[in-house]
Design a protein. Structure first.
Length: 134
């Protein structure tokens, strides 16, 4: 995992595995130069924020009704791969959307994964993570 005080090189491959560079993909969302235009792109950028240790971005993109007061990321957890399984809504003209994914990670030498079906809502033109379904 990258040190949260040292941003990922913009020319590096984006942790969300979109095939784009970090600067051309999630880095521009993390840096505030753009907002994610779809629920899937917000979910990918949030995964990338976990990968680079950007807790501030995660809190900023969390819906106010479900956002924790603070978020402590595990510095020993290394996020290794994201698999998007499906989406529902969440497009450019939608106000709600859902994304199902599996996020793979390694912690203390053990590989594991997190499967989640996340809900997103658009508030004042910006997508926010609401919660996980089931």
């Amino acid at each position: 995992m990258a040190d949260p005080t040292t941003p990922l090189d913009p020319a590096a491959r984006c942790p969300c595995l979109s095939g784009e560079t970090y600067g051309g993909c999630c880095g521009r969302f993390h840096g505030g130069q753009a907002d994610a235009p779809t629920a899937e792109q917000l979910m990918r950028s949030r995964y990338a924020a976990f990968a680079v240790g950007d807790a501030a971005y995660l809190l900023r993109t969390w819906h106010p009704s479900t956002r924790p007061r603070r978020l402590d990321l595990d510095p020993d957890q290394r996020w290794t791969r994201l698999d998007v399984l499906g989406t529902s809504g969440g497009g450019l003209l939608d106000t709600e959307g859902a994304v199902e994914f599996v996020a793979h990670y390694v912690v203390e030498g053990h590989r594991d994964s997190l499967r989640e079906h996340s809900r997103f809502v658009r508030v004042d033109g910006r997508w926010s993570y609401l919660d996980a379904i089931g």
